[in-house]
Design a protein around this ligand. Structure first.
Ligand SMILES: [Fe+2]
Length: 162
């Protein structure tokens, strides 16, 4: 179990998606800090709730960009997103029914960090050539430029810069 670090090789070629991935990593690292006792100002449930909201927001944005660049495996990618959404919502339900259960934090961190890294490096990376081609044509930049008002507000939005 280690903190997750953003690496340049994780870039999918469009800033809006890279920034979302950084934010998701920052949220996962908050869970990590919680497990180590580094943070006490936030509960696991608050972080999980933020993870659910931000994941939904990010998947919507990514799916919109996939449609825009006419990504050929769109349906399969959306199916994978839907499956993950279902799983993290199930985790959130467990946190709601056992709010004090710290035992749930480690399995959630392990599951999500493994899922996110594999998803970015294997699935999202397949989008890269389509995103780069459209980015150079100026299409994805405009579509991926989401105003801050439409993004979920986090308890710790500065973590997106970590
Ligand atoms: Fe994705």
């Amino acid at each position: 179990m280690a903190l997750i670090e953003w690496k340049d090789r994780m870039s999918v070629g469009v800033d809006a998606l890279d920034n979302d991935h950084r934010k998701l990593i920052a949220l996962l690292n908050q869970l990590h800090d919680l497990m180590r006792g580094v943070r006490t100002d936030v509960t696991a449930h608050q972080i999980v709730h933020e993870l659910v909201k931000y994941t939904e927001y990010h998947f919507d944005c990514e799916e919109r960009l996939m449609r825009l660049v006419r990504y050929p495996d769109y349906e399969e990618h959306v199916r994978i997103h839907r499956d993950l959404k279902r799983r993290i919502i199930a985790f959130e339900q467990k946190f709601l029914s056992h709010p004090a259960s710290e035992a749930l934090v480690l399995p959630l961190f392990d599951f999500l960090s493994d899922w996110l890294m594999r998803h970015i490096l294997r699935e999202d990376m397949k989008l890269r050539p389509y995103m780069i081609r459209s980015e150079s044509a100026g299409t994805t930049t405009a579509a991926g430029d989401v105003s801050p008002q439409s993004q979920p507000t986090g308890a710790d939005s500065n973590d997106s810069q970590r």
